[in-house]
Design a binder for this molecule. Sequence first.
Ligand code: GTP
Ligand code: MG
Length: 197
Amino acid sequence: MFAAEWQFVTAAPTTEFLPPMQGVEVALVGRSNVGKSSLVNALTGRTHLARTSVTPGRTQELIFFRAQPEFMLVDMPGYGFAKAPKDKVDAWVRTIRAYLRGRVNLARVFVLIDGRHGIKAVDEEILDLLDKAAVSYAIVLTKSDQVKTTEFAARLKETQEKIRRRPAAYPEIFPTSSETGKGLPELRAAIARLLAE
Ligand code: GTP
Ligand code: MG
């Protein structure tokens, strides 16, 4: 599937603009700057498919990419500390939350956590929402290349501890780097398994 031709489908600023539900959808969520758009590019092998930036707040809409008629990958705006006006960020967060709650064909959400910082309160809020809505999710610990191996291992352990207390079936944690490619084969395989289900 990841070898397929990727197409931009649409950019939805609010839920009214969402594309019709068709096939399996996988969404990437996380704080601004955590590396969601970079992960879209790394997973698809297309350097400029999604727009990335050093400035938090780059992605401002739900961006849908399609590989096959039956598979959609969704890049989302970030929450937490986006450099954008508060009312705009609040509107994104409302849209993200409504999308996550109401998208019936959403097969898995990957919650990206910055490998340098670990889980923050805003991440816990999204995990709470996913638990309540019974949406299946997994954790992606990003930017493993940015910290020392021992520090990254500590973040991983800490993340496991925090996740263990959640009602959801213990979610998988993928240590990754979009820079070095670490963890990407595992992530692609996990997504491919969803399609096979
Ligand atoms: P928003 O759209 O603003 O919410 O951010 P985002 O989560 O989409 O982050 P984005 O992919 O734009 O990446 C933010 C910054 O982190 C960029 O400068 C990327 O180059 C950098 N980055 C992302 N992933 C990695 C990684 O694995 N390693 C390193 N070293 N840098 C990364
Ligand atoms: Mg982005």
